[in-house]
Design a protein around this ligand. Structure first.
Ligand SMILES: Nc1nc2c(ncn2[C@@H]2O[C@H](COP(=O)(O)OP(=O)(O)OP(=O)(O)O)[C@@H](O)[C@H]2O)c(=O)[nH]1
Length: 221
């Protein structure tokens, strides 16, 4: 028996073309899903990625380090004396200060670096495929930019500083994600203890074969 439909291509196109109601609805749904995805991974105050996204991205990058041997480096920073800032200038000014910090991070990082709000006045930056030495320089640059910038709220100029901790994860490290974050947090604690507004970093990281190439330096500075 001859099946007359066998060779007929199935058309997925609606006969109403661009006016197809189902296609329009699907497109709206797709936009809505994208919007919800962005919402789920964004901190509403600063617009940076949130802690949930940080956890997933760090997990992914540590796996990549184990696979490729390229180090993943983490910068953790915390605004100095932020309680005093809030008490002096008010909580709304405090929120402006956090947005100012987020802008400073955004405008001083490469596109592939991932800046996240870790919680409260604490932030983290994941630097994929970046050796410790380069990340220390990035942290120092961020610190200086913040220190040298002025935050203007209701015509009043204010200053903001932060303390920074930096550590790296190479394929020679065997600790897990939480241990790694704790290592970086320890460096941040040392920066606070040393008087704040400074960068503290690990010194005993195993050297990797991918340590600072001239190309990486040129790309960053
Ligand atoms: N305005 C504002 N304040 C916040 C937010 N999240 C956390 N804070 C405040 O940040 C302050 C953090 O205070 P502490 O943990 O004592 O730290 P600190 O005063 O910065 O002191 P050091 O970190 O030791 O320099 C608290 O007063 C919190 O209420 C926020 O979203 N907006």
């Amino acid at each position: 028996m001859n099946d007359s439909t066998a060779d007929t291509p199935v058309s997925l196109h609606c006969p109403r073309g661009n006016d197809c109601p189902i296609s329009a609805e699907l497109s709206q749904l797709r936009d809505r899903v994208t919007e919800l995805e962005q919402h789920a991974q964004t901190d509403p105050l600063t617009g940076l990625y949130n802690k949930r996204y940080f956890d997933s991205v760090l997990h992914r990058e540590l796996e990549r380090t184990q696979r490729t041997g390229m180090p993943t480096t983490l910068i953790m920073l915390d605004v100095d004396h932020f309680k005093r800032f809030n008490d002096t200038h008010g909580h709304v000014a405090g929120d402006h200060a956090l947005k100012h910090l987020a802008r400073t991070l955004r405008s001083n990082l490469r596109n592939l670096d991932i800046a996240c709000r870790f919680g409260g006045e604490e932030f983290v930056v994941v630097l994929p495929s970046t050796p410790l030495l380069v990340a220390i320089q990035v942290a120092e640059r961020l610190r200086q930019q913040l220190t040298n910038s002025t935050l203007v709220i209701d015509a009043s100029a204010m200053k903001l500083t932060a303390s920074f901790g930096v550590d790296t994860y190479t394929h020679e490290h065997r600790d897990n994600l939480l241990d790694f974050v704790e290592r970086v947090d320890k460096q941040l604690y040392l920066a606070k203890s040393a008087g704040r507004n400074c960068v503290k970093h690990a010194t005993n990281a195993p050297r990797s074969a991918h340590e600072v190439t001239p190309e990486e330096r040129d790309a960053l500075f």
